[in-house]
Design a protein around this ligand. Structure first.
Ligand code: ASP
Length: 421
């Protein structure tokens, strides 16, 4: 059985086992069996799986990007490629949030809701990061510190600079250094494969634990909100991306989505674009045929900067909260939402639930009560899994478009049947 099939099987089994445990009366935190199996075994294996993915992220991004920028060379098209990538990331995010706000305004998920809106205390103070701070924070004053903290933007900047410096050193030293990083890259990719082999166990435990704990009652109350976010995510992830891929590259969107399957599965179970980077990078290079010079830059950058799925949730949540509180924020308010949601996603790591934190900034900027978040927390974990899948698909899509426009996409490899994974 292929690895993808084994992961899907583990996912289904995990959901079923978790849901059954949740339904058995009396089987909860107070029961020894629950504490040993769910809080003990499932939690431990699940967390070990996430950690083993996370441990790959910094070495892989760093080594791979040094190789990429060193081979691209100093007088290359790096600057143009970076601008193009950023431009596409911003464009897809703006499209995503506009789609979400339009859909939510048309359907009105908050209009018929009979939830008590939390009282506004007015004391919460969260502010969106300024452009100036975001720019300053991109430069690492201590590269080792940046790696230790997992600050991806800073790691990206350092790796780019080192790669350029290596290419400029010239002669033997340049060649040796590049060879060293290329060998190291091959070894880290082997490590990625090893961890991926263990994925079915990790996926099973993560989902079994999550579904044992999940309270379904909130899903009933927030069913309409949930459905609107899900619809917008599917429209964007399947519809908008397919259209963009077809129009901008002429490639087949079905092939793209089929090859993206393992990435979607990892994003769905871990709810973290960052933890999924190793799988995304491997897939876009080996399955979609994107050259390492493009992928090593666009994928880690996208995991941090590009969060289309997250901004969709934020768009719908803003409209929902405005409707529940009966506040009309007008066109300027929504433009503010588009701007803040896009900016807030830059510089925030792709980790579980980070979208809720940045939602606080978005609401504050739009003049809506931050307390409203309390209403949607109940269903956010499930939505997080789906929106993370959209986030990583967006990263891969933009990488494909940029690589194609730079002549760095192996179209034959893209069209070839999927590998053994
Ligand atoms: N979990 C998402 C990601 O990693 C971010 C979020 O929406 O909370 O991409």
């Amino acid at each position: 059985m292929s690895l993808t099939k084994r992961i899907i099987l583990a996912m289904v089994l995990g959901i079923v086992v978790g849901a059954v445990i949740h339904l058995i009366p009396g089987l909860d935190e107070s029961h020894t069996l629950y504490r040993v199996v769910v809080s003990g075994l499932f939690d431990a294996v699940g967390q070990m799986f996430i950690s083993s993915l996370m441990l790959l992220v910094v070495p892989l991004v760093f080594v791979s990007l040094v190789c990429g920028s060193a081979t691209l060379g100093a007088d290359s098209r790096m600057g143009i490629m970076a601008l193009k990538t950023l431009g596409f990331y911003l464009l897809t995010t703006a499209l995503a949030i506009t789609l979400a706000i339009t859909l939510a305004t048309l359907l009105g998920p908050g209009k018929s809701v009979h939830l008590a809106a939390p009282e506004v205390t007015g004391s919460t103070n969260v502010s969106a990061p300024s452009i100036k701070d975001t720019l300053i924070n991109m430069i690492p004053s201590n590269p080792i510190g940046a790696m230790a903290e997992g600050n991806m933007l800073q790691v990206i900047v350092f790796a780019l600079l080192l790669g350029i410096a290596i290419s400029r050193t010239g002669g033997e030293p340049s060649r040796y250094l590049l060879e060293f990083f290329e060998h190291l890259n091959a070894a880290v990719l082997k490590l990625v494969m090893l961890v991926m082999e263990l994925a079915p166990y990790g996926v099973f435990c993560l989902l079994a634990k999550l579904f044992s704990e999940l309270g379904w009652s909130t899903l009933v109350d927030l069913g309409f909100y949930f459905a609107v976010v899900l619809t917008a995510l599917l429209l964007h992830g399947l519809g908008v991306y397919s259209l963009l891929l077809k129009i901008l590259t002429g490639l087949n969107p079905i092939t793209f989505l089929r090859k993206m399957q393992p990435v979607l599965l990892f994003a769905f179970t871990t709810a973290s674009s960052n933890a999924t980077i190793p799988v995304t990078l491997r897939t876009v290079e080996q399955e979609l045929g994107i050259d390492n010079k493009v992928a090593s830059f666009t994928v880690p950058l996208g995991a941090t900067v590009n969060m289309d799925g997250t901004s969709i949730m934020q768009g719908v949540a803003t409209v929902f909260i405005a409707q529940v509180y009966g506040i009309d924020i007008g066109i300027t308010g929504y433009l503010m939402v588009v701007l803040t949601a896009t900016l807030a996603s830059v510089g925030t790591a792709g980790i579980p639930s980070v979208g809720l934190v940045t939602l606080a900034m978005v609401l504050q900027q739009a003049g809506l009560p931050v307390e409203g978040i309390a209403m949607i927390i109940g269903v956010d974990r499930l939505l997080d899994m789906v929106r993370t899948s959209v986030n990583v698909t967006g990263d891969a899509l933009v990488s494909t478009v940029v690589a194609d426009s730079e002549g760095l996409l192996d179209r034959d490899r893209f069209k070839a049947p999927r590998g053994p994974i």
